[in-house]
Ligand binder design. Structure first.
Ligand code: UD1
Ligand code: CA
Length: 491
């Protein structure tokens, strides 16, 4: 679907690639342009927070980003987020995560879901034929469910919606059927005891023919228990006009769960976490202790990689095959090649690690670190904005910042690049084959040429030429037998 540019063929949705210019003479298949409205004007007071509910995060992403990403994944265009007047920070958060692709409409007063959709429609051009309605606080819905939903809208079937069978349906709108046909949705507060016994609920996720939606919204009133404009009235409007209403029932009801409280947010996180871990294990990743392992739903991990207990793999991290991610490691927004060993308690953030590298234990790779094939970084080594070339090693206790270190360099224990002079950052360049002795202080800007040798304990401030040996320390002085005098008791 990547190439559809917002065009969706409702009858042959999956794997159907559309071209803009069909060969002349062919009758073009009926194409349907899809747009999406994400309802997000609700207050979410039960979060007890200054932050709007939909900006609370699940695995580092705001809740509202989930439905927006789904809509974009279906090439919906435009995607309109309906917000409340107080929520400029919602707009900021969404547009920084999805630049350009999303627009916003404000719903002045919370007068119900139909009114919110009306607000959203202001941002949708007439050329759009189908409109997807999503909620900003329902993050676990899947693309597969939405693809099925979209297929439910066709001539004579102007509306499709998602349902679930719940053991405890209280609070939700119930799906009223007559001989299997959907007749209407009744809200919990408007339902009589018989209707309240219905366990099939409305998830609030719809795909609707745009013309039908625009026309029918005019017929929705507030004559109900809550005095609100109910979007659910569309269902009875369609069915009483003799049209068929499609439903898609999710097997896993967590897909439709919303977030109202902080404890529900935690429950959804647990569900998302195990969904991700199960997928990983099914695809050949070993997770030694799933109950104590955190892998973001946006991460991807290759076959035969082993994840030890207490590891956190965050953000958009990619890890190759045959790796080992040790106990207590944190890896965030990084790319890690195959056969990499991360020994316990190493922290890797926005780093690029090539294959067969070994890291840690207790190593820290900060943003801009690049480790090339076969490099080794040992305990208590910190790197920032630094490349460590092929086969190079920094095995113990070092700080390497703003350094460009080429191939087969040895960085001795205790080496420090002095990259900061109190005002600006400076670069250290260390060419291939260089040996840096232990406890060297490299004052940047500095360049050390190929195969040079830095004596242990040196402070190096000037360029070192190829094959040179540099000393930057006072010579050793031995005072003969002075130790004995020092040790003698004073009288
Ligand atoms: C709605 C459905 C109900 C369904 C339930 C699923 C109606 C009338 N009822 O219930 O059948 O079972 O969702 O959760 O549609 N919103 C706005 N502006 C408003 C009102 C709501 O943007 O004026 C947004 C909320 O932020 C939320 C979504 O719409 O994302 C649903 O609102 P909510 O109040 O949770 O749903 P209900 O109306 O109770
Ligand atoms: Ca509600």
């Amino acid at each position: 679907l990547e190439n559809c540019g917002g065009w969706v063929n409702a009858s042959a949705f999956d794997g159907f690639h559309l071209t803009e210019t069909l060969p002349s003479g062919n009758v073009p298949a009926p194409m349907q342009k899809l747009a999406a409205i994400v309802l997000a004007a609700g207050q979410g007071t039960r979060m007890r927070s200054k932050l709007p509910k939909i900006l609370h995060q699940l695995e580092g992403r705001a809740l509202v980003h989930f439905p927006v990403e789904l809509a974009l994944g279906l090439n919906a265009s435009p995607v309109v987020v309906v917000t409340s007047p107080q929520a400029e920070n919602v707009e900021r958060s969404v547009s920084s995560a999805f630049p350009k692709s999303v627009s916003f409409q404000v719903q002045e007063k919370q007068r119900g879901t139909a009114d919110a959709v009306k607000a959203g429609l202001r941002g949708i051009p007439r050329s759009v034929s189908n409109i997807l309605i999503l909620y900003g606080d329902v993050p676990l819905l899947t693309l597969a469910t939405l693809k099925r939903l979209i297929r439910g809208v066709k001539p004579g079937r102007p509306i499709a919606f998602v349902t679930a069978q719940l053991e405890k349906p209280a609070g939700y709108g119930r799906v009223v059927r007559e001989r299997k046909k959907v007749i209407r949705i009744v809200e919990h507060k408007d339902a009589g005891p018989e209707e309240q016994a219905i366990q099939e609920v409305n998830a609030g996720i719809y795909c609707i023919d745009a013309a039908f939606l625009r026309k029918s919204l005019e017929h929705i009133s507030t004559q109900n228990a809550q005095g609100e404009f109910y979007l659910t009235d569309l269902v009875s409007i369609a069915s009483s006009a003799g049209q068929v209403v499609s439903t898609v029932t999710v097997e896993d009801s967590s897909e439709i769960r919303g977030v109202n409280t902080r404890s529900e947010l935690v429950e959804l996180h647990q569900i998302l976490r195990f969904r991700t871990l199960d997928l990983l294990m099914a695809s050949g990743v070993t997770v030694l202790d799933p109950s104590n392992t955190y892998v973001s739903h946006r991460a991807s991990i290759g076959m035969d990689t082993v994840i030890e207990p207490g590891a956190h793999i965050r953000g958009q991290t990619r890890i190759g095959t045959g790796c080992r991610i040790g106990v207590g490691c944190i890896v965030e927004d990084s790319v890690i090649g195959s056969d990499v060993h991360l020994a316990p308690y190493s922290i890797v953030e926005q780093a690029d690690v090539q294959k067969s590298v070994s890291i840690g234990p207790f190593a820290r790779l900060r943003p801009g670190t690049r480790l090339e094939t076969g490099a080794r970084v040992g305990n208590f080594v910190e790197l920032k904005n630094t490349t460590l070339g092929e086969g190079s090693k920094a095995n113990h206790l070092a700080y390497l910042g703003d350094a460009d270190i080429k191939k087969h360099v040895n960085i001795g224990a205790g080496t420090i690049t002095c990259n900061y002079d109190g005002t600006a950052k400076h670069k250290t360049i260390i060419d291939s084959g260089v040996f840096i002795g232990s406890n060297a202080t490299l004052v940047a800007p500095l360049e050390i040429e190929r195969d040079a040798y830095i004596a242990a304990g040196s402070t190096i401030t000037d360029r070192v030429s190829r094959d040179d040996l540099a000393f930057g320390r006072a010579r050793q002085v031995n005072k003969s037998k002075r130790a004995r005098i020092l040790r003698k008791p004073k009288t």
